[in-house]
Design a protein around this ligand. Structure first.
Ligand code: 26V
Length: 833
């Protein structure tokens, strides 16, 4: 239901818009900036300790985006090309100002404008908050996808939630993680446009009525619902200097009325206000990805809220342009499900088509199956979503009916193909019957989609051979791979201007939109001038990071050291623990006088642990305790430093990824679906030390085995040794490992806090350790030694660094988006007039 009616754009306004293009020069920007600063924000004195200068510049820039945004939307409206919707519970956008300026080609002009005021652009950019609407890789991938789609001119709309509180801020107190809320909207978010006229009503609870309509067909009514309003806020997504601005539409939950009148009239004022709060809770907070948070009803509410609002939006827009019928809808629309989080969209699209658009089951199912596509992002069984049937029944009774019907028809198909195979039926059912009955969201997504993809070659193979084997046997043609990427605009061009200049001097700037051109760097790999420029840029980046680390942690890092970096969410499978064991080993060598030939090294670890994930939090405590002891011991002076970088986020990564020498990608094989941090490091010239996991496999293939430090058991080896895995025997048989464990167990790193580290120290010694950290200890040490030798040979390292960047072309999301488009979306690029 619309709150207001949107009117069609008029031809007259098109001409007006085109005539009134705003200037991109410093004078024009400065004049608009001061207009917003003084007239809109009402500030008279110039200061950089308040957000107003940032907001004023953001508004001036947004005006310029708005012109291109309108132009893009006019073309989309006029030509109605096929489009794709990227449905995602997370969009980890980071800061938007620099990206907007960079896309518009206005970085220099705005620097100049600010210089006239005696202010540096970087200072102003620092005033902007990260839009942290995501947990990690999955959310950042969505943001990189949007950047690439806009740059390629692909008509793709991002649909997400406008959480009031994004990813929590992390503080470290006495070595422990402390979470603080992230009220990122408090100072206002200048990039969004509220579009109240496009608000939708979302229903929850109630019951369903079945009746026959005039034609005698069965119809369903979902009544007595508690409704919530979904209000869209649009964020512009600029393409790189191509005049395209796409849309990220974020839904915010509001009560349908200021007061629930029924309750208010009945005299229950407080209940009325409470129900308003309950409605608005839906988009209050981003859920962390831990098992402890799973199964929460509010999370299912969020998922349905996103799915329903977005699908209603697309259908309403369709009818606005095409009239009442749905003919051609499936040819013009495609929905990409970012993991199972929005998978309820399969059932919701069915509901909308059946109950609100008068379609029969077969027509509706044909449309659903032709428009939905599903991407899986994890193999971890504990991360696979299921919802209790009882919860579905209470919250979304009509959807449960539809899911039952989908399941009945689907199992019929399975039993025709494999008659009498009841075990298979139980395995493939959308309803899991072990213990409490639960809806299996991944299976719903597979059954309802025409495409199912993993995010790296290895991951996609493991999906086909393991987790989704039955489904791959039934529908082999559905399964495909789309290896992840990252956008080089943010992750090289914008965040590493020094190295970018060196690259552009050598091969021109075509790589900014065609990353394969980085291959051209190979030709320059032996040129002394190029190499020294390369090294100078790397050194400048390391100096920049050292300064940041000192400001945040008070630890001093010598930029000449080997910067050994692991930043990502803290999770056991990512094995930050293995990294710590290595750090303790290096420390032990120094202490026993065997550290003289060590390459001086700075171990930098950063990342957030989900608030309910006790072991991950214990790992953070361990890292901090070990770092403290190492940094305080005079014996390590000039040889070894270790830091935990607090509050790791997108903006921190923009500095960190430029300054790493060694990129740690050391997950247990088969556990990391892809990884994307690995790609950011590679692109910026870091060399990877890693296992054969996720996209590491493809990174190594691209750069060559000699430019990658490989270690660790493979997926197959892990499976083989698991049944008789005996970490204590491994430790006992390895002198270095024994010494590390002894140091940990004697309390050396927890002198005044006896016992606080016991849980972590035990975890990797247990035969049932799922991550098999001990199994890869020796391999890791050996690979680290090789990395050290290579780093000592400065010339060799420079070559490896250049070759890593040169081989990173494949890992651009421009390539990923072309792959999605060629195989799944099949969209035509748009060009605004
Ligand atoms: C979710 C959960 C939920 C409950 C228990 C623990 C747990 C652990 C991880 C997750 C995240 C699942 C989805 C996800 O974020 N996957 C990441 O997606 C990235 C983009 O494709 C990819 O690069 C990462 O390898 C993958 O972990």
């Amino acid at each position: 239901m619309n709150v207001l009616n949107e009117t069609d754009p008029e031809l007259g306004s098109l001409e007006l818009l085109q005539k009134s293009r705003l200037g991109m020069d410093a004078d024009a920007l400065l004049s608009d900036l001061s207009h917003y600063y003084t007239r809109m924000l009402g500030r008279r004195t110039l200061r950089t300790d308040t957000p107003f200068l940032y907001q004023a510049l953001a508004h001036a820039v947004r005006d310029r985006l708005m012109e291109r945004w309108n132009d893009t939307n006019i073309v989309l409206d006029r030509d109605t090309p096929r489009r794709a919707c990227y449905l995602s519970m997370e969009f980890l956008m980071g800061r938007l100002l620099h990206n907007a300026l960079f896309s518009l080609g206005a970085v220099d002009a705005s620097s100049e404008a600010l210089q006239a005021l005696g202010v540096e652009l970087a200072q102003v950019e620092e005033l902007g908050h990260d839009a942290g609407l995501g947990n990690g890789g999955l959310g950042r991938l969505a943001a990189c996808f949007l950047d690439s789609c806009a740059t390629l001119g692909l008509p793709v709309v991002g649909y997400g939630l406008r959480y009031h509180y994004g990813m929590f801020r992390q503080r470290i107190r006495q070595g422990y993680q402390v979470e603080e809320p992230d009220p990122w909207l408090r100072e206002g978010f200048p990039w969004e446009i509220e579009r109240i006229e496009l608000a939708r009503t979302i229903r929850f609870g109630g019951r369903t009525l079945t009746y026959r309509d005039r034609d005698g067909s069965l119809r369903h009514d979902w009544t007595d619902t508690r409704d919530v309003l979904a209000v869209p806020y649009d964020v512009p997504i600029p393409g790189y200097r191509n005049g395209v601005v796409n849309t990220l539409r974020l839904w915010s939950a509001e009560a349908t009325d200021e007061f629930d009148l029924e309750e208010f009239n009945a005299g229950s004022y407080t209940e009325a206000v409470e129900s308003k709060t309950a409605a608005e809770n839906i988009s209050m907070v981003l859920y962390p990805n831990t098992a402890t948070e799973s199964g929460h009803e509010l999370r299912l509410r969020q998922q349905y809220f996103l799915a329903s609002a977005s699908l209603q939006d697309v259908l309403a827009d369709w009818h606005r342009r095409e009239g009442p019928g749905l003919e051609g809808f499936a040819e013009k629309n495609c929905f990409q499900l970012n993991d199972t989080h929005p998978a309820v969209a399969v059932a919701e699209l069915m509901r909308l088509l059946l109950d609100e658009h008068g379609q029969g089951w077969d027509e509706a199912w044909a449309i659903t199956r032709a428009t939905m596509a599903y991407t899986n992002h994890t193999l971890l069984p504990e991360a696979l979503e299921t919802w209790p049937v009882s919860m579905f029944e209470r919250l979304l009774p009509r959807l449960l009916e539809i899911i039952y019907e989908i399941n009945a028809r689907f199992l019929e198909e399975v039993s025709i193909r494999w008659p009498g195979d009841n075990e298979r039926l139980a395995r493939m059912s959308l309803i899991g019957e072990e213990g409490e009955r639960r809806v299996r969201m991944a299976f719903l997504a597979i059954v309802g989609s025409f495409s199912v993809n993993g995010v790296a070659e290895l991951h996609s193979r493991l999906l086909r051979e393991g987790l989704f084997r039955d489904f791959a046997e039934l529908w082999p043609e559905k399964f495909n791979n789309k290896t992840n990427g990252v956008t080089q605009r943010r992750w090289l061009a914008a965040c590493n201007p020094d190295l970018s200049a060196v690259i552009t001097d050598a091969i021109g700037d075509g790589w900014i939109t065609d990353l394969d051109q980085l291959e051209g760097l190979r030709e320059h790999v032996d040129a002394p001038k190029f190499r020294s420029a390369w090294n100078a840029a790397q050194l400048a980046s390391k100096q920049r990071l050292a300064a940041l680390v000192q400001a945040r942690t008070e630890v001093e890092l010598d930029p000449a050291m080997l910067f050994d970096v692991q930043v990502k969410r803290i999770h056991e499978y990512k094995r930050q623990l293995l990294n710590v064991l290595h750090a303790v080993h290096l420390y032990d060598r120094i202490r026993r006088g065997d550290g003289d030939d060590l390459v001086p090294r700075a171990i930098i670890i950063g990342g957030k642990a989900a608030p309910g994930y006790a072991m991950a939090k214990a790992i953070i405590k361990l890292i901090n305790n070990v770092a403290r002891v190492i940094n305080r011991d005079p014996a390590t002076e000039g040889k070894l430093r270790m830091v935990f970088y607090p509050d790791y986020n997108v903006s921190a990564m923009e500095v960190i990824c430029t300054a790493a020498d060694l990129s740690e990608q050391i997950s247990t094989a088969g556990k990391e679906a892809s990884g994307t941090g690995n790609m950011k490091f590679m692109m910026n010239g870091a060399v990877t030390i890693g296992t054969l996991d996720g996209a590491n496999v493809e990174i190594r293939e691209a750069v060559g085995a000699e430019n990658f430090f490989l270690f660790g058991h493979t997926v197959e080896e892990i499976a083989e040794i698991r049944p008789h895995y005996d970490p204590r025997a491994i430790i006992a048989g390895d002198e270095d490992f024994r010494r590390v464990v002894d140091l940990l167990e004697c309390g050396h790193f927890s002198r005044l806090e006896p016992g606080v580290l016991d849980g972590v120290i035990e975890s990797f010694q247990h035969p049932s350790d799922p991550w098999m950290t001990a199994a890869d200890f020796r391999g890791f040490l050996d690979a680290q030694r090789k990395a050290e030798e290579a780093f000592r040979d400065t010339e060799r390292w420079t070559t490896m660094s250049i070759l890593n960047t040169a081989a990173s072309g494949r890992f651009s999301t421009d390539r990923t988006m072309r792959d999605y488009n060629d195989d799944i979306w099949r969209l035509e690029p748009v060009r605004p007039d």
